[in-house]
Ligand binder design. Structure first.
Ligand SMILES: Cc1ncc(C[n+]2csc(CCOP(=O)(O)OP(=O)(O)O)c2C)c(N)n1
Ligand SMILES: [Mg+2]
Length: 1068
């Protein structure tokens, strides 16, 4: 059964009776605490044989001597007697007597064993050598473990045997030992459990047991863990002789699970031979492996397991682990199935599942959820973590004893995708830990067509896990019992230490990447071997039959029983005419929607608050709500200024955020704000966590001192990751609709390293995943001196991904137009120009009867801009978020006189008003702010345009023309006015780009915007273009679909537009 690559196979193993009796006392492990004994490292310099490295050995001797003075060499006996009697350093040791005739009788009395082992130095050295040898197996034994079921590859990509592993007897020389030492008995150090009940063993047996523990079908990688208790725990689990035992019942269950796993794939192959299914063949053991982890975790108290996995074996996991009804799976192969609800394609490989049932092994309830995943490998990892954290949070599971996560990975993706590393780095952070994830790698030693040698630089695909000290159990997947054993240990590890652990299932892929692919094109030799490989089910069944655990008819009966289940489900699946994508939800929100999944209303109440509430929150926000707490002097001044704002019934940006959060907490809404440095705020404006200046780590979060029964507020500085952290928060937001989960980018453009989460999950959320999500992205934005690429949160990208049609004017008369628009959109994009509106939009996010992602471009300079203030009056009960803030100055009083109506969004408004005032043009130029860019407020903007019949229309932005908002706003504004006028684009320009504020202090005074003078402007960095005049483009409803033809008309009309209208300047 065991394939010994190393020398123990050649060494004649000792039988138990041969083991020397004198060394067989029980080892009093518990009594062996270092504190209780005399320390033999102290007199190092004084004794000739003591050195730092020999002290362990001496301790071993000392223990043995304490137990039985006769069990050690006489010289040790004398030495210990002397030291215990208080002999000073250097005098306790007496060297053995010389072999002179006169001393023989004395020697015989004092040291009866000297003749056999004449030299204590040699004895010490040999013992030290054996200790090193044991340690070498613990560190490097996995490199020679028999991990590849095909027997042709090296899981660590290295075929050499480490020099300190005994692959032949001559390698004993590495340790200064030779063959003659093999039968000598050596004391075992406390750092090994190979002895079982024995405290000493002959070298031959030591090597054999080390080989059994470390060089068979399990390769244990753990010696990098810098926690002795954890290392000891693992050693005990793998070294203890005979520890890997299974009852016949367990073996039969394992066989039955393998039958299901294998026959499920066979069934799919028989029925849909030309369909892709990313089958599990070659790693069928994954199903019993996962079930073992779940059984064991359930036994240890877990009742909710959240899983994430890629394509490989997903259907099998759904069927045999999550236990989705087979007919629901089979009907996915029917191309004629009609979707009953929203959701697009790819159901079976991507959508998730949620199922509560009884665990048959433990008889306890268990909920299993498989999180939907996009094609982007590993992208779901942080999402699973975030969802797990949320579920733990909501059920008060602060230690991860009830809710846990399991993540599955492919070998190539695990090694190649950086998000794996980012996710590992979240695993032990206080606000992100899920208290241990069990990672299972389906290591089929190939990624699509790429050989591992071309796919990674690390020995194993799992090396990334070492950064967090996660133990890694490599296991040969053709040994199902070894797999079950490591899975059991992995689950126990997680429930003991609440830390991550990796099970690396070294397997093969029987078919191509999918069932249509020809693997022989690229891996001919590997696949020749695979063709010869007996399926694991067959091998294991033969083994159990040979052991008499099952007989052949029983085995065949198990197969036909499962085949029948599949056939019956297949028959039922033909009755499924409609595909209910909602059956594939991973996180239902019970009670939030009506029973048929609709919002409970289509209105949104006022987002305003009473004066009392505003004042109370303001007061807490400007104080230190605990006793004996010393804050920084600068912060005292900030809080004092806040207090003055509250007295004046106004808010700035930070206070507006406080008001929104504080009031939602009062209403029982949990708030979680996460991102880099969010606690203080990148721009030092927030200060949600106060730090005592005198006591280390003493902090206060005033937001948690607002109301007696408020919901908790979580504000957490994240690791320096965007992809991982945004994914995590998205997952957190999935778990419940009754939480406001916000992720803030340090600078808006940093979101681009999390683009995958935005593109794959947030943007298509409802359409692809049939799942609403109310996550909020706070993206600092503003061309304020960090260069055009770094200053911009790239609004154009978010706007380009909005699902509304620029060419279709919606029915503006519809009741609840604004709410319907929100319901229909894929996400909401806003750029608020006032703190009050920021406050309202945050509150609206929760008061809406449904959830949509909210993208907010947040300001930098406005955080401290004296005009960017809102009076309490605009935040009182009855007030709302303003999608558009119309002109309300002089221009609005005589609209007919207005020559130009400028539209803008965000901070540029303040630049424009200042410039307008400076030029005395407040009556001629109206400025209207579009606060909610998407969904586009067609209704309100139409009113604005109609109000100023004689005005030219222009959009103004500070971003380059191909960026920012213009490309989104222009066609929608034109649709709003039925293309009656051009919509010009104006770009303000800062005087000193590059000399702007630093990250931490955006409060530097702004330069005035550079604007074009009246008359033609040739400045290339200003905008020029415009849009055709009325009639140049085909109006909607003329039978012309928007598209190329229309574009051509627009383009050809452009020159005319320029000619007839001239180039407008900003404030002409
Ligand atoms: C981020 C990402 N890049 C590329 C792909 C395309 N792709 C799909 S499967 C695959 C190979 C995956 O190999 P591995 O992780 O070993 O899983 P296996 O298919 O072998 O189970 C690749 C490259 C992808 N899905 N996601
Ligand atoms: Mg692979």
């Amino acid at each position: 059964m065991f394939h010994l690559r190393t020398c123990a196979a050649k060494l004649r193993p000792l039988t138990a009776s041969q083991t020397v009796k004198t060394f067989s006392q029980n080892r009093p492990a518990a009594a062996r605490t270092l504190g209780q004994i005399r320390c033999f490292t102290t007199p190092v310099a004084a004794e000739p044989f003591l050195s730092g490295t020999s002290s362990n050995y001496v301790e071993e001797m000392y223990y043995a001597w304490l137990e039985n003075p006769k069990s050690v060499h006489k010289s040790w006996d004398i030495f210990f007697r002397n030291t215990n009697a208080g002999a000073p350093p250097g005098t306790a040791y007496q060297s053995p007597l010389p072999l002179s005739p006169g001393s023989l009788s004395a020697m015989a009395r004092a040291q009866p064993l000297v003749a056999a082992q004449p030299n204590v130095d040699k004895l010490v050295e040999d013992h030290l050598a054996v200790q090193s040898l044991i340690r070498a197996y613990q560190i490097r034994g996995h490199h020679v473990a028999q991990l590849d079921p095909l027997g042709i590859l090296d899981a660590d990509l290295d075929s050499s045997v480490p020099a300190d592993i005994i692959s032949s007897t001559d390698k004993l020389g590495f340790y200064g030992l030779d063959e003659s030492d093999l039968d000598k008995v050596f004391h075992l150090p406390t750092t090994t459990f190979i002895g079982g009940q024995e405290s000493a063993l002959p070298l031959r047996e030591i090597i054999r047991r080390l080989e059994m523990a470390y060089c068979q079908h399990i390769g244990v990688e753990f010696m990098f863990i810098n926690d002795l208790e954890q290392c000891q725990w693992i050693r005990q689990k793998f070294e203890t002789p005979g520890i890997m035992q299974f009852t016949n019942e367990e073996k039969r269950t394992l066989l039955a699970r393998l039958v299901r796993s294998t026959r499920f794939e066979d069934f799919l192959q028989r029925k849909w031979s030309s369909e892709k299914r990313f089958g599990l063949e070659g790693c069928e053991v994954l199903i019993p492996a996962l079930k073992t982890i779940i059984d064991k975790s359930s036994e240890n108290g877990v009742d909710y397991v959240i899983m994430g996995m890629p394509h490989r074996g997903r259907l099998n996991v759904l069927a045999n682990v999550i236990r989705k009804e087979l007919e629901q799976i089979f009907c996915q192969f029917d191309s004629k199935l009609e979707a009953a609800d929203e959701g697009s394609g790819d159901v079976k490989y991507h959508l998730g599942m949620y199922h509560r049932r009884i665990n048959r092994v433990t008889d306890r309830n268990i909920t299993l959820s498989l999180v939907a995943n996009p094609s982007h490998l590993e992208a779901a990892d942080p999402v699973v973590m975030g969802k797990t954290k949320a579920e733990q949070f909501y059920c008060g599971d602060t230690e991860g004893k009830k809710v846990m996560s399991i993540l599955l990975h492919g070998d190539a993706a695990f090694a190649g995708q950086g998000i794996v590393y980012e996710t590992f780095h979240l695993s032990d952070l206080p606000s992100y830990t899920t208290h241990g994830t069990v990672h299972v790698v389906v290591n089929n030693q190939i990624g699509f067509t790429t050989d591992p040698r071309m796919a990674r630089s690390s020995p194993y695909p799992t090396d990334v896990a070492r950064v967090v000290n996660a133990p890694i159990f490599h296991v040969n997947s053709d040994d199902p019992e070894a797999v079950m054993y490591v899975c059991k240990v992995a689950a126990e590890w997680r429930s003991t230490f609440h830390k991550d652990v990796v099970v690396d299932l070294v397997c093969y892929r029987r078919n191509g990447h999918n069932e249509m692919d020809e693997p022989m094109f690229t891996q001919p030799l590997m696949y020749k071997q695979i063709r010869k490989q007996k399926p694991v089910l067959q091998k294991y069944a033969e083994l159990l039959v040979s052991q008499g655990v099952v007989n052949q008819p029983e085995y065949e009966e198990e197969i036909s029983k499962y085949d029948k289940i599949c056939e019956e489900a297949f028959t039922r699946s033909k009755d499924e005419k409609i595909l209910h994508i909602k059956h594939w939800l991973d996180s239902p929100w019970p009670g939030f929607f009506t029973l048929d999944g609709q919002p409970r209303s289509m209105t949104c109440p006022s987002t305003g608050l009473t004066e009392d509430i505003l004042t109370h929150i303001g007061n807490v926000a400007s104080s230190v709500p605990v006793e004996n707490f010393t804050i920084h002097g600068g912060l005292s001044r900030i809080l004092k200024t806040r207090g003055e704002l509250v007295k004046n019934r106004t808010v700035d940006w930070a206070l507006a955020e406080y008001m929104a959060f504080g009031s939602l907490l009062k209403e029982g809404i949990h708030i979680r704000l996460s991102g880099q440095d969010v606690e203080r705020g990148t721009f030092s404006h927030r200060h949600h966590v106060l730090h005592d200046q005198n006591v280390d780590k003493k902090t206060c979060i005033p937001m948690n001192h607002l109301w007696p029964n408020q919901a908790p507020y979580t504000v957490c500085n994240s690791s320096l990751s965007e992809y991982g952290v945004l994914g995590f928060e998205l997952g957190f937001a999935m778990a419940s609709p009754n939480a406001l989960v916000l992720w803030e980018a340090q600078f808006g453009d940093f979101h681009n390293t999390a683009q995958c989460i935005i593109d794959q999950f947030i943007c298509p959320g409802q359409a692809k995943w049939v799942r609403q999500n109310g996550i909020v992205l706070l993206l600092p934005h503003g061309m304020e001196g960090m260069g055009p690429e770094h200053s911009s949160a790239r609004p154009e990208r978010f706007l380009q991904m909005c699902n509304d049609d620029p060419d279709v004017l919606p029915n503006l008369e519809e009741a609840n137009f604004d709410i319907n628009q929100l319901y229909d959109c894929n996400w909401v994009v806003v750029n608020c120009s006032t703190p009050g509106n920021f406050f309202h939009v945050l509150r609206r996010q929760i008061l809406l009867p449904f959830r949509k992602p909210l993208i907010i471009f947040t300001p930098k300079s406005l955080l401290r801009h004296p005009e960017a203030r809102t009076s309490f009056d605009e935040m009182l009960s009855g007030t709302h978020f303003q999608r558009v803030i119309p002109e309300d100055g002089l221009a609005a009083q005589n609209p007919e006189n207005v020559k130009r109506l400028l539209f803008c969004t965000g901070k540029v408004y303040y630049d424009l008003t200042r410039e307008r005032k400076a030029r005395g043009m407040e009556e001629q130029v109206a400025i209207t702010r579009i606060e909610q860019l998407s969904p586009f407020p067609f209704d309100l903007l139409l009113q604005e345009v109609q109000k100023y019949p004689n005005a030219e229309l222009a959009w103004c932005q500070e971003e380059h023309k191909n960026q920012g908002y213009y490309d989104y706003v222009k066609p929608r504004l034109r649709t709003t006015i039925n293309r009656a006028k051009p919509v010009w684009c104006v770009r303000t320009r800062r005087a000193a780009v590059g000399a702007g504020p630093s990250v931490a202090s955006p409060s530097r005074p702004l330069s005035p915007p550079q604007v074009c003078r009246p008359g033609p402007c040739r400045c290339s960095s200003h905008w020029q273009q415009e849009d055709p005049p009325h009639g140049a483009a085909a109006p909607p409803g003329h039978g012309l679909r928007p598209g190329r033809l229309q574009e051509l008309l627009v383009d050809s009309a452009w020159a005319t537009a320029l000619h007839s209208h001239g180039r407008p300047s900003l404030l002409n």
